[in-house]
Design a protein around this ligand. Sequence first.
Ligand code: AP5
Length: 221
Amino acid sequence: MSRIVVLIGAPGAGKGTQARLLQSRLGIPQISTGDMFREMKTAATPLAKEVQRIMDAGELVSDEITFEMVKDRTSREDCRATYVLDGFPRTPVQAEMLESLAKDQGKEISAVLIDVPFEQLEQRLTGRRNCPVCGEIYNIYSKAPKVEGFCDLHPEEKLVHRSDDTTEMVKERLETYQVNTQPLLDYYEKSERLLKIDAGGTPEEIYSALEKALAANNAIA
Ligand code: AP5
């Protein structure tokens, strides 16, 4: 049976980095709710303005809006087999919503905790830069682009610094994660669907551990 691989981790733990590696190396689609909201918030609609306000405050968009977006995106052809959810679910209500979606789609859920000590997160987030075209993730401390400030794959594109990657916002986002998302770890552990990856190493070391854990769990071939 195909799977929904759910990546859970604090802001900056490396969910996006690992999901993009799974996509590029194994062809498993990465569905990132954060990326979808960032795309949405540039539109001139009341909903886009509300999403922008919520993200800028380090809070969570409503469960209903988020779920509708995930349901719509995962109904596309590329999600017929296994796909990776990066950033969803993030609340117990979203986890319940995902159970019914998985049932409708005939898939099993495997959750993976990308576990990084909180002390490492601030530097990862304040040092992060993204390509506005392809979303490639860089870091001025650990993964600098070849030319400072520009994407390796789109050399004409200046990298951007997310507005929620400031020291002050990182604190808010970590609190939101602790209150809303950490309870999901118990939820998936109790139903024996939680894999844990120590994510203190390099992205390659973590990817290798992640691939092994997913294969051992029959989540990937
Ligand atoms: P989202 O974009 O999902 O943000 P997040 O969860 O805070 O996670 P990040 O994207 O910040 O971090 P990441 O774990 O992907 O780390 P990355 O790989 O980039 O959500 C943004 C907002 O959208 C939320 O605050 C909320 O408002 C809204 N939202 C999203 N989903 C929602 C939902 N389900 N419900 C309601 N609202 C929702 O890595 C970080 C940095 O570290 C990079 O620079 C990277 O190069 C570096 N790095 C990665 N791995 C390593 C390593 N092993 N060693 C050193 N550096 C590393």
